[in-house]
Design a binder for this molecule. Structure first.
Ligand code: TXA
Ligand code: MG
Length: 340
């Protein structure tokens, strides 16, 4: 790494080499904040057992204290430091999907402070599928509490530059790595109720979970048969770019007409419209390529800001496979969902 530029606004830029990861581990051990790569998005890590360090995560992100964090472990054997008991079905899921993009909500062990879980008696835990993340957890010697490493309300970071855009000067260090391959966050699956419930769709699909569990898996806010939210009203924006995003639903030909007329109207006024991933169009009626869409989603949202567009238009896709997670993020990013 270039020795002349190892800090950005005071935030240390670290490499992925063992010495740097070990240094990052020491920072976490001492109660500091380190952003690190995972297979989903970059996380902002702190020692999960250190209340002051966990408080700093909420401050650095500007995150409401009622939104719980995910605890990251480097080996399933660490689970007993984080959870009080392991619900039925968890072993199957762990065996099949860890390391990977699946966070399991289980009863919280006492040595994990309530603050980590925003006061809940449960805790979300996952083992990330990324060598740097795993080495960092091992080096820090403690399970790491980590939300996505963005300012609250902004799109999640899939590159270390995104992390610096949002958090330089607010955190101790960032481990500089490649782009996160999956690009959307982990699936959050609640195992504490009578049946498994997806609280947030993500990198492991509902279909994959159902196959392994051999039962239907509900999605919070969705009626099983419909695949659309029961209450689509967008109460607050999340994962949001600065320009307003309008998500178009309804028949394809009507969406097209609307896009053409809106684009013309904006152009005449000297304003710019961004289409969320022109590549979307070729995937609209197929699930192939959803991985590619997911991998680019947040980066594209941030690029819209960089290009200074005045309006972003996005179109719905099928909520199957990774499409469920993509639609969930689009709905949350949207300032308006327009049925044409
Ligand atoms: O892929 C990911 O999950 C990334 C990487 C860094 O691991 N992390 C991430 O964290 O996306 P965050 O904080 O941005 O999102 C955590 C989600 C939130 O929707 C939160 O409400 C939910 O997990 N969550 C965490 N603990 C929970 C709990 N005990 N009960 C219910 N939901 C929980
Ligand atoms: Mg987040």
């Amino acid at each position: 790494m270039n020795r002349t530029k190892i800090r950005v606004n005071g935030t240390l830029l670290l490499g992925e080499d063992p010495a740097s990861v070990s240094r990052a581990g020491s920072i976490i051990k001492r109660g500091g904040l380190v952003a690190f790569p995972t297979e989903t998005v970059y996380g902002l890590g702190a020692a999960s057992t250190n209340i002051e360090a966990v408080k700093r995560i909420f401050t650095a992100k500007g995150r409401p204290s009622d939104n719980p964090l995910i605890v990251h472990i480097s080996h399933p054997g660490q689970l007993n430091q984080v959870v009080k008991s392991i619900p039925v079905g968890a072993h199957l899921l762990i065996e099949k999907f860890w390391p990977g993009p699946l966070s399991l909500v289980m009863p919280r062990a006492e040595n994990i402070p309530a603050l980590v879980s925003a006061g809940l008696s449960t805790v979300a835990v996952r083992m990330p599928n990324h060598p740097v993340a795993l080495n960092l957890i091992t080096a820090s010697g403690v399970p790491i509490a980590a939300p996505s490493a963005n300012r609250s309300g902004r799109p999640s970071p899939t590159t270390f530059n995104h992390v610096l855009e949002d958090l330089s000067g607010r955190i101790d260090a960032v481990i500089k790595s490649k782009v996160c391959p999956i690009g959307v966050e982990s699936t959050v699956l609640d195992l504490t109720g009578p049946g498994p419930v997806i609280l947030r769709p993500g990198g492991v699909t509902r279909e994959e979970l159902e196959e392994v569990l051999g039962c239907r898996v509900a999605v919070s806010g969705l009626k099983y048969s419909e695949g659309v939210p029961l209450a689509p009203g967008i109460k607050y924006r999340h994962y949001s770019p600065r320009a307003p995003l309008v998500l178009l639903t309804g028949p394809k030909n009507r969406r097209r007409l609307l896009i053409e007329s809106v684009s013309l109207y904006y152009r005449r006024k000297g304003l710019r419209v961004g289409y969320l991933d022109r590549g979307f169009h070729k995937y609209l009626n197929s699930t192939t390529g959803y991985e590619e869409l997911a991998a680019r989603l947040y980066q594209n949202l941030r690029q819209m800001d960089a290009r200074g567009v005045d309006l972003i238009l996005a179109e719905e896709i099928e909520p199957i496979g990774l499409g469920l997670a993509i639609m969930n993020r689009l709905r949350k990013a949207a300032s308006r969902v327009l049925k044409v």
